[in-house]
Design a protein. Sequence first.
Length: 210
Amino acid sequence: MDGNPKLAVEGQAPFYLAQGDECDVFAAACASNLPLLLKGPTGCGKTRFVAHMAARLGRPLYTVACHDDLSAADLIGRYLLKGGETVWVDGPLTRAVRQGAICYLDEVVEARKDVAVVLHPLTDDRRILPIDRTGEELQAAPGFMLVASYNPGYQNILKTLKPSTRQRFLSVEFTFPAAAHETEVVARESGLDAGIGWRCWCDLRASCAG
Ligand SMILES: Nc1ncnc2c1ncn2[C@@H]1O[C@H](COP(=O)(O)OP(=O)(O)OP(=O)(O)O)[C@@H](O)[C@H]1O
Ligand SMILES: [Mg+2]
């Protein structure tokens, strides 16, 4: 889990080749205070897309890789012992809410069930984060945006988002890109020219098929 936000600077966005209108959808969701859910298979560019859009919009980005032991306290924060004193330390979600940053929950369906309870008041019109331990109720700062992703084919059938959680999000579905699109990504990412990128792509596909 990232302790510090990636400082996304407009004009230095990591390369992302759009498949459709997902960049416009992201920008519109951000401008309208709506959370965004990204669905799609591994490697199709979800993480890169979020990093790209955070940079384009000039927003700090907190990324949390969710796993089956990740609890609400990991996102919100907890009291820790520091030099003999007990001090409250914000988790990444709380920091993003206070700062008006983007919080990206990668593979959100892996997280424990108590995480959904935290997300509900944050992802509807209230945009609040109650912190039971400190008695605070934070109103999300302007610019705060929650982005979550999951891979529907990969997760256990029992691990899926509840309809009450899913219906709060705008949703974007990613697929594996067409050959020409993938060739351009390989060429741009590798620094090779498009012809060599194309041959790499063909070799890779052939070795996967074989
Ligand atoms: N549309 C794209 N534009 C630019 N690069 C891309 C694109 N799609 C994939 N890539 C490349 O593929 C790599 C893997 O993509 P990424 O990590 O974003 O996939 P992902 O959907 O987040 O996968 P996972 O579900 O496994 O986390 C990126 O680091 C980047 O090099
Ligand atoms: Mg990813």
